[in-house]
Design a protein around this ligand. Structure first.
Ligand SMILES: [Zn+2]
Length: 297
């Protein structure tokens, strides 16, 4: 499988990814970030310098803006969004893993799930807990002046507004529906823009290896989420994932549901690595514990 989940040996040699070249690039003041306007008023904030190749999205309405994830906390995402919009910016995280909440601390309005898992992550992560992610083989780009790899940590933040499944965030001319999509993480969520037929999928679906094996991941929840999201395949055209590339076809929602069915059929091939099984489905693969919860033997 490509990139995430694969060996990290010179992973950056595969960059740049062709998908980005098709989009208008937006000038801004920090080399660490690349910004692309994927739709009018929707900016993909890409961090290709670190292995996760995380993608955050700034969605601008006529009254306010929403930042869907704040990235790694290596560049200054607060300063960046200030260059992209003069609206007030609130934050919502696709989930609270370190690579999506790194800039949260710089914002006053943060929407978050009403879960113990989320509260635990609001306390941040020490340098010792995240040092590996900025270590050898993880970063190829020059990090910003003032950033210290030796002091890297995931800073604490405070959720100001608890959100729930089905809640709609109105930005002025833009309405975004929150879908609780646990599986990869308990507080994973997707964001649905029905009018523009877009689904921001976070780490639930992106074009690489999907993680259903992590501490906090739930295979059962992930399967239910995949089934639910497949029901949206006719309601959206494009998926905007949180890693690697800013677009996948909506039909991949059906492929995700079918992938879970295939794994449980026992007929899908897999390779075993480090106590996990990796099932390859082409545009994405899925990593599950070995033995998986559905194993018959
Ligand atoms: Zn994650």
């Amino acid at each position: 499988m490509r990139n995430r989940g694969a060996g990290k040996d010179r992973w950056w040699d595969a960059l740049p990814r062709a998908a980005w070249a098709a989009l208008p690039r937006v000038a801004q003041g920090q080399d660490w970030f690349e910004v692309y306007e994927v739709r009018p008023g929707i900016f993909a904030i890409y961090e290709p310098g670190q292995f996760e190749e995380v993608v955050s999205y700034l969605i601008v309405g006529s009254e306010r803006a929403l930042l869907f994830d704040t990235g790694l906390g290596i560049g200054d995402v607060r300063r960046l969004v200030g260059e992209l919009t003069d609206r007030e910016v609130a934050v919502l995280n696709s989930h609270t893993h370190y690579d999506h909440v790194g800039g949260n601390h710089a914002f006053a309005t943060i929407y978050g799930a009403d879960l113990g898992y989320t509260r635990e992550h609001e306390r941040g992560r020490t340098h010792g807990e995240v040092a590996e992610f900025v270590g050898e083989g993880w970063i190829w780009k020059q990090t910003p002046a003032g950033f210290s790899i030796d002091a890297y940590e995931s800073r604490p933040f405070a959720v100001s507004d608890r959100v729930r499944d089905g809640q709609v965030l109105a930005l002025g001319g833009v309405e975004l529906e929150i879908l609780a999509t646990p599986g990869h993480a308990p507080d994973a969520l997707c964001l649905l823009d029905r009018r523009r037929r877009l689904l921001f999928t976070g780490d639930t679906l992106y074009p690489a290896t999907l993680y259903a094996h992590l501490p906090g991941s739930s295979y059962e929840d992930y399967r239910r989420t995949a089934t639910r999201l497949a029901g949206l395949a006719d309601a959206v055209d494009v998926l905007l994932p949180a890693h690697n590339e800013p677009a996948m076809p909506a039909s991949d929602l059906l492929a995700l549901r079918d992938a879970f069915i295939a794994m449980e059929s026992g007929r899908a091939p897999f390779v075993t690595t480090d106590g996990n099984r990796e099932y390859d489905f082409g545009r994405f693969s899925i990593l599950v514990p070995d033995p998986p919860p559905f194993a018959a033997e």
